[in-house]
Design a protein around this ligand. Sequence first.
Ligand code: BES
Ligand code: ZN
Length: 444
Amino acid sequence: MRENHLEDYFSFLRFPSVSTDNQFASNVRECAEWVSQKLAAIGLESKVVSTAGHPIVWARNEHRPGRRTVLIYGHYDVQPPDPLELWDSPPFEPVLKEGYVFARGATDNKGQILSHIIGIQETMEQDHDLPVNLHLVIEGEEEIGSANLGPFLSQNRDALRSDVAVVSDTGMIARGVPTLSYGLRGVTALEVKVTGPKMDLHSGVFGGAVANPITALAQLLATLHDREGRVAIAGFYDRVKPLENWEREAWRKLPVDGDKLVLKETGVPELFGEAGYNSLERIWARPTAEINGIGGGYQGKGTKTVIASHAIAKLTFRLVPEQEGNEILELAKTHLRKNLPKGVTLEMTNGHSGPWYLTDPHSAIGEAAQRALRKAFNANVALIREGGSIPIVSQFRSILGIETLLMGLALADCRAHSPNENFPLENLEGGIRLNKAILHELAR
Ligand code: BES
Ligand code: ZN
């Protein structure tokens, strides 16, 4: 790989483009400007489009009639790097170690989207043209639910008319195994606040005579699951499509042992989850209720004898076909209201929401994707679903009327969202080859 590609990669990674924290808003915008300038420098027409939130970078080549139009999507925003002390090197000072680049966003999604950009760059340098009409849409709010991208698609529906969307923001089942993902889970978020006294109290003076909001919250959250790990919200599974035998069998033939992989990558003492399913089935085809964060009371050093006035928890639900996000939120809220312990009040706020996605890997474009993957990696293609979510993908279908090819480059040990996120240069190079192959396959 060329030295200046690595320099571009490092420049991209140096922007702390954390979308969830407004303290970083100007870094996010600077990152968008950098992406747009890079796209202009390789010969595309590019602009930074402001939204009610973070900006969208939109670039295109000169479109010619009679050619296929491909929309490549990715995101330049990243998750917060916390906890900082667990990183071996600072998250926004990228380093190359033994073939791996370490930085927040190295995989998710800067490395993957840059591989597309470099693939386009090299094709334009060699051929002075691309085989297709191209739109590149690179947003800054994927990690917070893409709330402003749907309206952007609606407003620019005609200008964005395309035949297919191409996205590299998912996983590769194993090193060197090209992977086409035909499903994503959805996700919907809920914040819960339990309040007791009007202020933090002395726990000796008032303890025993008032309900403790943290205890109440813990009791409430414990009602979300039964002892077997199933979600205990009434109606939660009603719309879940049972996993079919053909799919279970196909997944068992994949060149990876999901149970071993989970044990190895997570370091948990033993596997856990819904009875009757193996790890891949639990992750790809079953819904969950997760507590992502919990807070309240004294968190500093030493002890403080206090009863907190309130406690909060951040929840998300991963959704599978045919669950519906708003309905699940309503069921969850009903459940929480019903199970609220005595002596406290409850407030709940809906967060971001994104639907699940399921498509046919054997459609004409699916087969084109498989040919491109085989060509780029010189190996048989794995067909999988994903546990993660990319909220906008279902809107490519509902607003633009197109299907999405999910051709991910993230490895299980790339540590997306975790400390020491990393991406092998091998996959950046594979992604460059993949971009060239897919544009040619789709042009035919
Ligand atoms: N790249 C991920 C999605 C992903 C990860 C798909 C692994 C398949 C396998 C994406 O950047 C992401 O993290 N999405 C969020 C969306 C949410 C914040 C609305 C997610 O899944 O938590
Ligand atoms: Zn992510």
